[in-house]
Ligand binder design. Structure first.
Ligand code: BDR
Ligand code: CA
Length: 313
C-alpha cells in the first residue's frame, strides 16, 4: 500500500466527532498522529476525556490525546449540551478511560509535530472550534507552509446557520480563530452545513451500523440515536446530520464530494451575524480564493464507507 496519510484530529467530542475519530481509526489509509481536544460541544475536561473513551472503544489506547484551549480566543465559551447531552457523548454507557492524557499542551504538540516532521506531510482535521489551530499558527507562524492541508467541518452558506440564523456552531463559538485560519494561506477544504445536512443518519443507516454486531457498532448506533433526536425535531427529518465524519470521508474518498474554490470570510464584528461564513460562491468579489468549499455529497456512498470502516474496529 502507498504511504499512509498522517493526520492530527482536533476535536470536541460530541457524538459526530466520535464517529469521525472511529472512521479514521478504522481506515488503513490514515495514520492518526495525535488527537487534540478543544472546548466546544462541552467543556475541555469532558472533550479530552471523551476523546480517550473513543480511542479505547475503538481498541486503540496507544493513540496520544492532548488537551488544548479551555475557551475561545475572545469570546465566552458557548456549548451544545442540548444536542450532545450533559457528557457530550450521551447514548451508550462507556467506561471511564484508563489511558492517560498527555502532559504536553495540544498547541505545543501541533507546533512540535509540524516543525519536526517532513514539511507537507501532516494534514490537520479540525472538527470543532478552531481555537487550537489559530493558537498554533500564532505561536509558530513557520508551521503554516509546512501544513499539507486543513480539512475542516464548519460554516454554512446556502443552508444558513444552525446555532443562529447566520452561523454554524464551530465557527460561531470562535469566529476570531476561524478568521485567523482562513487568512493563514494554508490550503483549506471546508465541509459546511450545505454538505453535512445531506449526510443524514436515517433509521435504516443506523440499523446497518448496529447490524455489524460489534461493540463499536452497537455503541455507535446508540450515540446516533441520542444525537439525531434533537435535529430530527428541529428539521423534521428522518435522522440527523452526521457532520464531522464528512472530513475524514473526504480524505478517504474525495470523489464523494463536489464543491468549488471560493473566497471565504468570517464575520467577527456584528453580533447579529457573528460567525457567519460569507462564501463568495459566485465569485462576485475579486477577493482571493482561500478554500475549497464543498456543497454536495453522495450520501449513500458516504454511509457505505462509514459502515464498512466501523466494521473493521
Ligand atoms: C458542528 O457542531 C458540533 O455540534 C458538531 O460536533 C459539529 O462539529 C456542527 O455544527
Ligand atoms: Ca465537532
Amino acid at each position: 500500500m502507498s504511504q499512509k496519510r498522517r493526520i492530527i484530529i482536533d476535536t470536541d467530542p460530541g457524538q459526530d466527532d466520535a464517529v469521525a475519530i472511529m472512521l479514521a481509526l478504522g481506515s488503513p489509509e490514515l495514520e492518526v498522529t495525535g488527537i487534540t481536544a478543544v472546548a466546544g460541544n462541552v467543556p475541555l475536561k469532558l472533550t479530552e476525556k471523551n476523546a480517550r473513551k473513543i480511542c479505547e472503544l475503538a481498541g486503540r489506547p496507544e493513540i496520544k490525546v492532548y488537551a488544548g484551549a479551555v475557551r475561545p480566543l475572545m469570546r465566552h465559551l458557548v456549548t451544545a449540551e442540548e444536542v450532545h447531552g450533559k457528557t457530550g457523548l450521551n447514548g451508550p454507557e462507556l467506561p471511564e478511560p484508563r489511558m492517560k492524557l498527555q502532559d504536553e499542551h495540544a498547541v505545543d504538540f501541533i507546533v512540535r509535530t509540524l516543525m519536526h516532521e517532513e514539511s507537507g506531510t501532516i494534514t490537520l482535521c479540525p472538527l470543532g472550534p478552531l481555537t487550537n489551530i489559530a493558537l498554533a499558527l500564532i505561536r509558530e507562524p513557520k508551521i503554516a507552509p509546512r501544513i499539507k492541508e486543513i480539512v475542516l467541518m464548519g460554516g454554512g452558506f446556502f443552508e444558513g446557520g444552525n446555532v443562529t440564523p447566520a452561523a454554524e456552531f464551530n465557527i460561531y463559538v470562535d469566529p476570531h480563530a476561524a478568521d485567523i485560519v482562513l487568512r493563514s494561506g494554508v490550503p483549506i477544504v471546508m465541509m459546511p452545513l450545505d454538505v453535512t445536512h445531506k449526510a443524514l443518519t436515517s433509521a435504516k443507516r443506523t440499523q446497518a451500523i448496529r447490524a455489524l454486531g460489534t461493540r463499536v457498532g452497537e455503541a455507535t448506533a446508540q450515540m446516533l440515536e441520542f444525537f439525531e433526536r434533537f435535529d430530527e425535531e428541529k428539521y423534521g427529518t428522518d435522522g440527523g446530520p452526521l457532520h464531522d465524519p464528512c472530513v475524514i470521508a473526504y480524505l478517504l474518498k474525495p470523489d464523494l464530494f463536489k464543491g468549488r474554490s471560493c473566497n471565504v470570510t468570517v464575520e467577527t464584528a456584528s453580533e447579529l451575524t457573528m460567525g457567519m461564513t460569507v462564501i463568495d460562491w459566485w465569485g462576485v468579489t475579486k477577493r482571493p480564493k482561500n478554500a475549497l468549499v464543498m456543497r454536495h455529497i453522495d450520501s449513500d456512498g458516504f454511509f457505505a464507507l462509514l459502515t464498512e470502516r466501523l466494521g473493521r474496529l
